[in-house]
Ligand binder design. Structure first.
Ligand code: SF4
Length: 350
């Protein structure tokens, strides 16, 4: 019976050192192996450049190294946003996006194929969860975006399909691999992980050595309204999330980014901006306002957006109005569905 070998891309460098020791080789070879696999994009363990033959042979017996998948579909928006669809084993599609902003390029990666969280406004949530992605599958998205960006990515956000903190082990591994000095050496400070508020993992991040930035999707400041739109509110209420965020900011001496999707006539009232400001004004933060983009809809701003921003600024909250990107190819916030989406219901005011 043949045993499926583990993909070597899934090992962090310390894990690779341990694996080499178990194979009877010197752990110091891990640096060359890591470089050959992750930076030089070797795709055959038997011929990794710069790695001694004996080590290559030992690794070939213990691990696999599958070629990185090519994007199955590539869409380019009028504004230059590029969306790539990668399909992983088990018919698990995942989309990643390259976002241009002035002279900078950001990549947005998916952590899961689909999502189990069921946020009512989100096309990914309407799909349900297919499965969590492995760290090599997350790295494959990074490589596809890097190639699309001609090797020039300035920042990385985990805001694509899925809730990164419900697949934290694989996301953490991908972060460690991509930031490793023998990997892509991508600075952790240029990576942002976004969550709807999985409190135990925010606490784990706070206690860790990672230097990635944290973003939290607020969606609604009113708890009852938030529970209707973000089912996770029932497990981890926003007040508890904000306590964990305060501890994160203190421990890391860092700002947090709050994402607030503005739904016309739902959470854009003056009372909403006042409630939001009251919740976050003692937290070192920036609030990103994102006008809601219904899948297939026209997108764009509506009259209350700028006024909502002014109300937050007047209340002393640093606020940024995010430019909509890629709406015409369903690449904007909450639109990733890897196929023409079953239209989600969207929120309604009760
Ligand atoms: S908003 Fe994020 S957490 Fe909620 S369903 Fe969509 S992908 Fe999942």
């Amino acid at each position: 019976m043949s045993v499926e070998l583990a993909d070597i891309r899934g090992l962090s460098r310390p894990e690779l050192e341990e694996a080499l020791t178990r194979l009877g080789e010197k752990p110091s070879h891990a640096a060359a192996v890591f470089l050959a696999v992750h930076r030089l994009r070797g795709c055959d363990l038997a011929s990794l450049p710069g790695v001694p033959e004996r080590v290559r042979a030992a690794l070939s017996r213990a691990f696999s190294l599958a070629p990185l998948p090519a994007p199955e579909r590539r869409q380019v928006s009028r504004d230059g946003t590029k969306k790539l669809l990668l399909r992983f084993p088990g018919d698990a599609p995942a989309e990643c996006v390259v976002l241009p902003a002035k002279d900078r390029l950001a990549a947005c990666l998916s952590s899961q194929s689909g999502c189990a969280c069921g946020c009512t406004f989100c096309a990914t949530g309407a799909l349900g969860l297919k499965r969590s992605l492995t760290s090599p599958e997350i790295i494959a998205q990074f490589e596809a975006c890097l190639a699309e960006a001609a090797g020039r990515l300035n920042s990385l956000v985990f805001m694509g399909m899925g809730e990164p903190f419900l697949n934290w082990e694989n996301v953490r591994r991908a972060i460690l691999t991509l930031s490793d000095s023998r990997g892509r050496h991508f600075p952790q400070a240029k990576m942002t992980v976004s969550t709807v508020g999985v409190v135990p993992v925010i606490e784990e991040l706070t206690a860790s050595d990672l230097r990635v930035r944290l973003a939290v999707s607020v969606v609604a400041a009113d708890e009852e309204q938030r529970a209707r739109m973000v089912p996770m509110e029932r497990t981890y209420p926003l007040r508890r999330v904000l306590e964990a965020v305060r501890a994160y900011c203190r421990a890391k001496e860092a700002l947090v980014m709050f994402e607030y999707i503005l739904f016309r006539g739902v959470n854009d009232r003056p009372s909403d901006s006042a409630l939001l400001a009251g919740l976050v004004k003692d937290i070192p933060c920036r609030v990103n306002l994102i006008p809601y983009n219904p899948p297939g809809g026209p997108g764009g701003e509506f009259p209350r957006v700028k006024q909502f921003q002014r109300e937050l600024i007047a209340a002393g909250v640093r606020t940024y109005l995010r430019q909509e990107r890629g709406a015409d190819i369903a690449a904007a916030c909450g639109q990733l569905a890897s196929r023409p989406p079953a239209q989600p219901q969207g929120p309604g005011r009760e």
